[in-house]
Design a protein around this ligand. Sequence first.
Ligand SMILES: NC(=O)C1=CN([C@@H]2O[C@H](COP(=O)(O)OP(=O)(O)OC[C@H]3O[C@@H](n4cnc5c(N)ncnc54)[C@H](OP(=O)(O)O)[C@@H]3O)[C@@H](O)[C@H]2O)C=CC1
Ligand SMILES: O=C(O)[C@@H]1CCC=N1
Length: 267
Amino acid sequence: MKITIIGSGNIGLSLANGLVKSQLCAAREITLTRRTLAGLTDFAKQGFKTSDNNAAAVKDADIIVLAVLPQQVNKVLDEIRSSINPDKQIFTSVVSGVTCKNIKEKLYDNLQVVRVMPNTSIAIQQSMTCFATDNASAESLKIVKEIFDTVGMTIQINEELMTSATALCACGIAFFLRSIRAASQGGVEVGFHAKDALMMAAQTAKGAADLLLQLASHPEKEIDKVTSPKGCTIAGLNEMEHNGFSSAMIKGIKTSAKIAGELYTKE
Ligand SMILES: NC(=O)C1=CN([C@@H]2O[C@H](COP(=O)(O)OP(=O)(O)OC[C@H]3O[C@@H](n4cnc5c(N)ncnc54)[C@H](OP(=O)(O)O)[C@@H]3O)[C@@H](O)[C@H]2O)C=CC1
Ligand SMILES: O=C(O)[C@@H]1CCC=N1
């Protein structure tokens, strides 16, 4: 299977790394494009094909992954249109705010388009990846799901929820990282060196996430087990809530979802 990633920046390269680590593809089967080829030198050394010619790079691909910024999409789609084979290729896009319809309007009506929303932990095969389509066949969806299953968990959703998925899962990586950093800063205040505090906070966060995923449990059920009556956990937790902890996360996710829907303009 030949995959071409158009726009090999943060998410495009995370995906490329994840696919090779998962052994789904060899590096030589993945073509990476960007305008500044010098930025791909390390990847070329690892065996990836690299190119600054999008039109040539999509020609032989079975699967195309569009991973440029929303404001760069129109120019790229104009560039590749004549090299796309709508009968043979599957076109996926990780671009926030760009619908399957937007892409088909610029390329071909009958092109199978799948919108995919991974996050940067795709590089270590831990992504939460949401995908949606309005025209891809069950067979094509199966292929796309298989690709992204190798680099984390996947869920198919309705396309109208894609911007919400962007906020919760793709932006979400940053939200949880900031929470871990905040916890580690608290850890330093109560006596640990920064490096130790960060490792301790990260492993604690991982344990909390795994309690939910592995036990299919609910956060409040697990919180009830930690909060001893009159204890220190409930005291700290309530102090955080008085300062707007849950409210801040909810408001941030709502803001990100709104902005995600406004990132692309057709013209
Ligand atoms: N970062 C993330 O966590 C996630 C991002 N996304 C989406 O992925 C997309 C990319 O985001 P991100 O990786 O953060 O952004 P980056 O800016 O890191 O990556 C975009 C890449 O596109 C390249 N590029 C720009 N124009 C062209 C062009 N004409 N031809 C080929 N390559 C081009 C840029 O390189 P150069 O300038 O050298 O051409 C750059 O490397 C966005 O649409 C975003 O919404 C989705 C999920 C998660
Ligand atoms: O910040 C952004 O716009 C992109 C989309 C989701 C994650 N990063």
